[in-house]
Every structure is written in structure tokens, then in C-alpha cells.
Write a protein that binds this ligand. Sequence first.
Ligand SMILES: *[C@@H]1O[C@H](CO)[C@@H](O)[C@H](O)[C@H]1NC(C)=O
Ligand SMILES: *[C@@H]1O[C@H](CO)[C@@H](O)[C@H](O)[C@H]1NC(C)=O
Ligand SMILES: *[C@@H]1O[C@H](CO)[C@@H](O)[C@H](O)[C@H]1NC(C)=O
Ligand SMILES: *[C@@H]1O[C@H](CO)[C@@H](O)[C@H](O)[C@H]1NC(C)=O
Length: 844
Amino acid sequence: MFSVLLSLVALAASPLASAQVASQAYEWQNVKIGGGGGFIPGIVFNPSEQGLAYARADIGGVYRLNSNNDTWTPLLDWVDNADWHLWGCDAVATDPINTNNVYLASGMYTNSFDPNNGAILISNDQGDTWTQSPLPFKVGGNMPGRGMGERLAVDPNDNSILFFGARSGNGLWKSTNSASTWTQVTSFPSVGTYAPDPSDPTGYESDLIGIAWVTFDSTSGTKGTATPRIFVGVANNPGQESIFVTENGGSTWTAVAGQNTSFIPHKGVLSPAESTLYVSYSNGAGPYDGTLGSVMKFNIATSTWTDITPVSGSNLYFGFGGLSVDLQVPGTVMVGALNSPDGQIFRSTDSGETWVDIWNWIEYPTLEKSYTYSDTLAPWLGPDSVDITLGFLQTGWMIEALVIDPFDSNHFLYGTGATIYGSHDLTNWDTEGTFLLESLADGVEETAVQSLLAPPSASGPILLSAVGDIEGFIHVSLTSPPAQEFMTPEWTTTADLDYAGNEPTNMVRIGADSGSALQQVAVSTNSGVDWNTDFGAGGKVAYSANADTVLWSSSTNGVLVSQFTNAFVAVPSLPSGSIIASDKRNDDLFYAASGNSFYLSTNIGKSFTAISTLGGSTAPVKIVVHPNVTGNYMLLSSLGLFHSTNNGTTFTAISGITEAWAIALGAPQTAGAYPSVFAAAEISGVVGYFRSDNEGTSWVQIDDVNHRFAAINSNPLTADLNVWGRVFIGTNGRGIFYGVPAGSTPPPVSASSTSKTSTISSTTSKTSTISSTASKTSTISISSTISSTSTITATTTSASSTSTSGLAGAFGQCGGTGWTGATACVSGFTCVVQNPFFSQCVQS
Ligand SMILES: *[C@@H]1O[C@H](CO)[C@@H](O)[C@H](O)[C@H]1NC(C)=O
Ligand SMILES: *[C@@H]1O[C@H](CO)[C@@H](O)[C@H](O)[C@H]1NC(C)=O
Ligand SMILES: *[C@@H]1O[C@H](CO)[C@@H](O)[C@H](O)[C@H]1NC(C)=O
Ligand SMILES: *[C@@H]1O[C@H](CO)[C@@H](O)[C@H](O)[C@H]1NC(C)=O
């Protein structure tokens, strides 16, 4: 038992501190990508209030469904830098008795990536406001097994009682006062023995998954008193019992007799009318793995198990994840293949005796599908066709969240690695053979943003984005979704972007190709519609003013330069890892900084000379160049913000900034004035987002209690060069925001034609997300924010689940996009490609 302090979490900087910096009200909205853009591990419907549902994202918070119009409302945008880990959510519980109550198990990582203990977040108004009840251990919203669940549940007969299944060997916990305080249930016999790779030195794959789900048998009790029968599923190693039951509200527990111990139970779902517990099993914890699994049902009245696995033999090459029963029509059950990798969903209307699948090969390559497909709300998710790169049928994968609306048999939703899909005519599957499968993630924005570019031309796109996993977009509108991701080349993750100052429709981007760790560079002459590609290795990029020369500070091959798209050659006079920038007016000039030296090139990047020292600065962060005036820029270093107007010969310190993580220049408030300066910084003791209209002499804070954007050191910042005051903030898991001063007139939508139809692949690997978030764990030091790209590369390597023997462990990852760990498996296991993002060690 431990006591907790309930605190109002939506309260940010102390009034004293904020009084020292003026603030200006801003209106904040997401730049609409639409369709989510990342993994949805959990979706939970309230069984008592029609239309009430929540979806959780692994690193980007939680959303509430607006069932009237199929949109989602984000609930955790108040999370600030200090509490960044609360954007990780490992479980949602919605109260069946008082439907205004909702609880979250919040925290990002249980290993060293995250120093913070977790918390149960409590809301009594369906997520509009929150308090938090701290836990004495970590919670892992972005850990392996995050799609199992839910591991947090409210007693349907006495809603003051909640159970929470912890990770890391911390066991089962109980609250009897609506989540205010928690006590460990010491009588519970298992804390879980399974870890995906027990020898992972980072602790990411070696931490115990723990208790996976808690399911009350509502029918065993009476309203007002604690429910006696509760089932709990645990991630245990094969051969060990993993489902436990109590008949006395948790005083004593037994393993459910007759259970099969081959696999890990991902979901335990009660069908009250049938007095049956349905269970989906997989041989991995997910979300990327699973090569075998089963579906079982347990008849509670007769204590008998029945194997109802929908497929067998060579057709069974996956585990099972998402599982749901239709509460309106007992006997109707749906289950998802966790990673098929063409998302496979099975439906039964006879309690699992027989199943139909959402697609099958009549005879290769002729496909029979039970659905027609609509991606109207997020066209970039792709047309209804087989994508030859990833083999997608648009049904997605990583299907751990699959739920039938308890009030509407025609409505179901499921989460994938990239979006939320669902339908409003599901029962047509039974009656007519097909139903309409739709992208239904409107309002969910969960991309991890790597870099942003607002080009200066008022007639071109407003913004270009580089994002993790789904590469990036050209945004011609901020309020409607882009038609497609960056095309030809299609990459998994785009790392950085730049434009040429005098030829601003000329762009350069760097990124990592799908299916390969190799990073690439591409240039475009038409604002990103078409691209020419070259190869190299990741980092940061700068384009010369006249678009003839690309300077590339790569993460593995030092600094490289290419003129007229000739092969890249080394720039020996610059240290590896230098930060770089191009002058936006003078084609001859490039700038660079490394250590305490500032470098200038006057020959289009061929060679650089150290022309000044940056005092005691050891870590330059970013150079942001004036779009109109040559030789004039802002330099951010570990000593703060500096201004040069003479190519870097001398610098003027801008006082008042204690620490800064990103800066951007935008349109000036009055024509001809110096550009407005935006900073993600600490000023007068306040960590936040600021704007200055007088070259940094004074600042106004522009973020507010409802918009804090979580971890400041991973958020790219760019400002609009045409619209004064408009700024773009990229987040690590909540997409891109734009802000404008409250009350200002929105500018007209820019007209630029970029639509181009061709097959687009949606991608789902979270590898880069995991590691980019990992970089946050270091104390906020300037160096960890210099370049998210190089940080990612470094961290990915160390995050690999390579055992100390140099071999990947049992059921561990052994390949896939961006994978830099071991590709051979420990004895008795063989590395098998599961999908482009994941190869797994399976029993040979
Ligand atoms: C959808 O409905 C919600 C709740 O009624 C409302 O707040 C939101 O503005 C609506 N969104 C759209 C796009 O109509
Ligand atoms: C347990 O499940 C596995 C996999 O479905 C199956 O091969 C095995 O026969 C089952 N064991 C028992 C005792 O039913
Ligand atoms: C910057 O360097 C260029 C090239 O040497 C030179 O032409 C220009 O005058 C310099 N600008 C300033 C302000 O020193
Ligand atoms: C750059 O110059 C153009 C043309 O004079 C002007 O409209 C724009 O505001 C300037 N941009 C900045 C950021 O000062």
C-alpha cells in the first residue's frame, strides 16, 4: 500500500514563472494528414453508453470517438515537456456504471529509455479533464505487448473497484477507491515470465510483459457488490498456465483448468449471454511478431475449453490478436490475425464453429474479398489494389484492437499499424457477402514528425513534412488530407528536407528506403511532386540557393557534396556530424558548425574554412538562415541563441534564452522588418514555445495549458514565410500542429496541383519511433537534439534485441526495415521474414 497525492495535471507552469513572460493566445489545430498514421493498440467501447468509445495510440495519447460524425477528439494535448511520458498509454478502462469515468494506464517505457514512473490518469468527464494517481513503477505504452489487453478494468458491479495488471514483474494491483490509491494483490500467483528477448541489453525486449488483461465476469455478481469472478491473462512462457480466475473478487486465484499453454493469451473477451470467455493466442507478444496462434473458448458453466482456431496447417502462419463478440447477437465473434501480413479477419456467427475470412485466394492471383474499400478520409492510405511492395490488401496489419460496437451490430472498428478501419454495414458481410470497409480515423493524428519545411513561395505548397514510418507529405491544405505520401522514391521514414532559396520549388529530401537500412537523397524541381534519387547515408541536408548543389551531413559517411547531380564527394574540411545550412540568396555560400567552430564555404560547399569560434559552445544545434538576406542567420548552440549578419564572422548573443531546442524564422509582422523568430526554448524559467517580432529582444509565449506538445527536444519547428504568426510544430506521436494568433483571419488555401495517382504503401514499423523517443530519456541536453536523425541511427543500433552472444533470441527480431541487430538466431531457432519490417526467430 502506498499513498498518493492527487494533483491537477492540466496545470502547467507556475503563475509566478509565467508572469515573467508575456503570452499571446494562439489557435492550435492539427495539420490534417487524416487516418492516424501510426499504430492503434487499443480501442474500447463503453458497454452502457451508446457511441462512447476510446482509442489509444502508443506514443501519441488517447482519443474519444464522436459517434455522431465518425471523428475522434484528442484528450491529452495538455501533456507538457516534463510529463512527456504520459503520451504513452498501455490501457484504457471506461466505467460501465458511471460512463463519465475513464481511466488510463499511462507511461512510455519500462526500460531505461524513460526514467519516469507511470500513473493512472483519472477523468470524470469522459476525458475532458484529468487528475493523476502516480504508480510506484513504470508503465510501458510503447513497449512490446502493448496491444494485448486491456490490462486495466473497472468492476461492472461496483465501479469503485479497479484492477490493473503491471509489467516488469510488478504483478496485479487493485484499487477500491476509484483509482485514487492502489494495493498489490499479493494472492495473485503470477507476474508473468515471458520477455521477447531476455538477453536484450537495452532492456526493451528483455523486460517482462507481465499481466496482459483483466476481464470481469459481470454475470457472476450483483449490482452494488464486488464481482466475484474475474479472469486474468498473463504473458507466461510456453508450458506455463497463463489464465487465472478468482471466484471471490480476488482473494484467491487458480489457474483455469484444462487451458492450453502453447501460446500467450492476447485477449480474453466475455460473451455474457453465452457464459463464455473467448481467448486469442499468439506465440509472440506483438505487435510485430506472431507466427502461430490459436483461438479458444471457455464455457464457464461447464468448465470446458474448445479450440475454435479459424484456420490450420499451412494456412496458419500467424498469431491472433484483436477479438470481439457482438453483444447484440450472442454467437457472433470476430478475430484478427495479428500479422498476416495482409490483414486477415475472421467472422463467425455460430460461436466459432465455422468462420468466413475477409479475403482469400480463390486461385492465385485471383482474390475473393468480403469488402469494398473506401479511403475517402485518408486517400494516402492507398487505393484498393494489391501493393506489390508490401503486399497490402489495405486491410492493414498489427491487428490487436478489434471491436464490435456493443449497441450496433453493423458498426465495428479495428486498429492497424497505420490507421483505424471499420464499417457501418458489417452485417452485409453475412447477408450479401460484402461490406464497406472504411478508413475511420478522422481526427487521429499520431505521426512522429522528423522535419518540417514551409517553402517561401506563396503559390506552392504550404508545408512539406518528413515523418516516421509513413515518409512524409506535401501539404497544399492544412485542413484536408494529402492525396498521397512522397512518391518515387517511396521511403519508410524521411529524415530531413530543404529548399533552394532562389529556386524555391527545388527541394531536397533524405530518408531511409523501405526494406533497407540504406538512406537516400532525392531532389525535386516541382515542390516535391517528382524526385530524382541518389544513394548515401542519413543525416541532415542543405540545398544551395540556385538548386545546383546538395550538401549532405550524413550520419555514416561524413559530410558530402554533389553539384549538378554528380556523384557525392567528401568535404574533407568539415568534421563528420557538422550541422549545415545553405545561404538562401548567394549560391556560393554554405555554413557549418561543429564543436566550438563556425565554418564558411564560399565555393558552393567544396571546401570550408573555420572563420570564428563559438565561445565555450561545444554543441551547435541549428543554423536558420534569413530567406531574403545573404549572410544573415540565427545560430542555436549549447550557449543559447546567436545572430550573425556577416556570414558568421561575428555573432551577437540574444540574451534571455537559457536553453533552446529549435528555432525558426517566419514572415515579419510589418513588411521589411526582420523575420519573426520562433523558439522552442526555456525563457525566464518557462519551457515552451515563443515568438519574437524584434530579433529576440522580447518574446511572447504562444503555447497554452491545452497545447503543450509533450517532449520539446524531439519537436521540429518551422514558420510560415508568407503568413505572419503562423508556426508549425511537429510532435513525436501527435502529428503536426499549426498555430495562428487567436482571432487572425485564416489565409486562403494555396493552390498547387500535386495529385498523382499511383499505388501507395502504408507502413507501420515503429522502429524509428521507439528509438527517437528513446533519445528523450537523456536529460535535456542540446546535443541530444541536434539532429534527430543521427540520434535515431545511434539509438536504433543499441536498441537492437541482440543477445550478448550476437545472436537474436527466441522469438526475437532478426531483420526488417532499419534493423541493425543480429540476423542469426540462437540455437533451435531460424530467422523467418514475417513482413518487410519484421523478421522473427521461430522454432526450427
Ligand atoms: C463532430 O462531432 C463533434 C461532437 O459533436 C464535434 O465537436 C465536432 O466539431 C464534429 N466534427 C465535425 C468535423 O463535424
Ligand atoms: C494446444 O494447442 C496447440 C496449438 O494449437 C496444439 O497443437 C496442441 O495439441 C494443444 N494441446 C492440447 C493438449 O490440446
Ligand atoms: C559573405 O561572403 C561573401 C563571399 O565571400 C561576400 O561576397 C560577402 O560580402 C560576405 N558578406 C558579408 C556581410 O560579409
Ligand atoms: C522576403 O521578401 C519578400 C519580398 O519583399 C517579402 O514579402 C517577405 O516578407 C520577406 N520575407 C521575410 C521572412 O522577411
